[in-house]
Design a protein around this ligand. Structure first.
Ligand SMILES: NC(=O)c1ccc[n+]([C@@H]2O[C@H](COP(=O)([O-])OP(=O)(O)OC[C@H]3O[C@@H](n4cnc5c(N)ncnc54)[C@H](O)[C@@H]3O)[C@@H](O)[C@H]2O)c1
Ligand SMILES: O=P(O)(O)OC[C@H]1O[C@H](O[C@H]2[C@H](O)[C@@H](O)[C@@H](O)O[C@@H]2CO)[C@H](O)[C@@H](O)[C@@H]1O
Ligand SMILES: [Mn+2]
Length: 447
């Protein structure tokens, strides 16, 4: 009989909460749960999802104790894992992050460019606050953190809470690996899951490259993937792809041009924001950005399902969806708890894994995960193109964290100016001044 875990989901009102709760329920055999507690600082938002999850849990797994709260002591006492996905400032501030840079002809994106830096300045304090609650109430618990921008949050926690039990993660590589399986099916008819593949990948969060994709027998799948991606990016015939929002379809398709810059590797889609920022801006609507698409799409769908479950008193007929995003975080918790040594892509200190790159950088690389945490695999030396791009970007991320720690206007201006998405110090200053005004309830005061 496997020992049960107690879970706190921080950001209980997140659109991703119901999927994670469902995934936890569906994985009881390999990762049994005693208790799930939702924690959020927005009671009204959290209540709506929590009431629906309570009904679903009563039907599917009544043995799991379920609570929700806005009280940190209640949330973080007696737990083994915090699965965190907070969005500081909600979608209203995401909209600002996207629309302010676009006003100046610069990429407006949740985690890339000035928007991502603005979001980072909002996320650092509250993520650290949760780590401190954990230290106080459950010092042995692990935080598995999805809260974005993961790269900046990871650098901030490395600097400010070294040695704490936090692992920063991203669903994008596993999402893209699932797409690779659909591509292989389209191209060869062969059915694989992402767990049937052995991959090599390196980079920063939302900024990386695959150098190897093989099946378990060691057959190289890169040639099939490269041919497909060179013609149509990650576009494929799977129902998941066909149902994607238009902005994601464009991102997946644009990978064709990102790939063309380095046909030796297969790229993460978000490199388009750095390598083709002019294209991105031309294809953005400054009055209707991804935040609007999400509010009109995922947020309405998830909260609509929750409302229907509560009104009907049952989750039957209104099933929440749990995909790769939820399975990845449950896999990670399972690996830590039961010492599985599963190989996973995580955001960890470089410390020599990439030989010719800053040892203090937070990099996204394959790790073996056991009870003592992640053990990064050795990557070796990386080529000049990638090293150049990553060096610039990691310095941007470090400057944002330094700006937050030192309350430094100068460092934040340097960070925005250094980003590959920004044309000049003049434009950077205009964007920064607007971001400061929009974020006055969230950022430290910059001097
Ligand atoms: N790392 C990844 O690959 C990945 C993938 C998907 C989503 N995400 C991130 O997950 C988060 C949630 O995304 P979403 O679209 O569901 O957002 P959402 O706005 O629906 O949910 C976020 C929740 O966090 C809560 N929150 C904000 N500040 C808080 C604080 N200080 N303490 C406790 N709760 C707080 C909000 O009230 C809200 O209920 C975002 O940060 C998003 O970027 C990351
Ligand atoms: O615009 P959003 O809120 O839909 O997504 C932003 C997030 O994008 C990535 O997550 C994707 C993932 O790549 C995809 O495969 C699928 O699972 O959907 C996810 C969320 O939509 C990215 O990794 C996150 O960090 C972003 O928050
Ligand atoms: Mn991500």
């Amino acid at each position: 009989m496997r020992e049960k875990s107690a879970i706190c989901i921080a950001g209980g009102g997140s659109t991703f909460t119901p999927g994670i709760v469902l995934m936890l329920v569906e994985n009881q055999d390999r990762f049994p749960i005693s208790k799930i507690t939702l924690y959020d600082n927005n009671a009204e938002r959290q209540d709506k999802l929590a009431e629906a999850c309570a009904i679903m849990l009563k039907e599917k797994a009544p043995e799991i104790e379920f609570n929700w709260t806005t009280d940190p002591e209640t949330a973080f006492t007696g737990i083994d894992f915090v699965m965190a996905h907070i969005r500081v400032g909600l979608y209203a501030m995401r909209e600002m992050d996207e629309k302010i840079p676009l006003k100046y002809g610069v990429v407006g994106q949740e985690t890339c460019g000035p928007g991502g830096m603005a979001y980072g300045m909002r996320s650092i304090g509250p993520v650290i606050e949760i780590l401190d609650y954990m230290e106080k109430y459950s010092p042995n618990a692990w935080m598995l953190n999805y809260s974005n921008p993961a790269a900046i949050v990871a650098e901030a926690t490395r600097r400010l809470r070294p040695g704490h039990r936090i692992i920063n993660i991203c669903d994008m590589p596993v999402g893209l690996e699932t797409n690779m399986c659909s591509i292989i099916k389209d191209e060869t008819g062969r059915e694989l899951t992402r767990k049937d593949m052995e991959i090599r990948y390196y980079g920063l969060n939302h900024f990386g490259w695959w150098t190897q994709v093989q099946d378990k027998e060691g057959n190289d799948l890169m040639p099939i993937l490269k041919k497909h991606i060179s013609e149509m990016g990650y576009a494929n015939n799977s129902p998941e792809f066909q149902h994607r929002d238009p902005s994601w379809v464009e991102t997946y398709t644009k990978a064709k041009d990102v790939y063309a810059l380095d046909p030796e590797t297969i790229p993460n889609t978000y490199l388009k924001y750095y390598l083709y920022p002019d294209f991105v801006v031309e294809h953005s609507d400054p009055n209707y950005t991804r935040a609007n698409e999400v509010m009109d799409g995922r947020e309405k769908t998830v909260f609509g399902q929750a409302k229907a479950i509560v009104e009907n008193g049952t989750s039957k007929g209104n099933e929440f969806a749990a995909g790769v995003h939820a399975s990845f975080i449950v896999d990670l918790a399972c690996a830590l708890k039961f010492n599985t040594h599963e190989r996973m892509l995580l955001i960890v200190p470089n410390e020599g894994a990439i030989e010719n790159f800053d040892p203090t950088a937070m990099v996204e690389i394959p790790c073996l995960v056991g009870s003592n945490g992640p053990e990064p695999l050795k990557i070796g030396e990386i080529p000049t193109f990638q090293r150049g791009l990553m060096t610039e970007q990691v310095c941007v991320e470090k400057l944002v964290v330094e700006a937050w720690i030192e309350h430094s206007y100068q460092k934040m201006w340097q960070a925005i100016t250094l980003s590959k998405t920004v044309p000049s110090g003049k434009v950077a200053k205009q964007i920064l001044d607007d971001l400061i005004e929009a974020n006055k309830d969230f950022w430290p005061e910059l001097k």
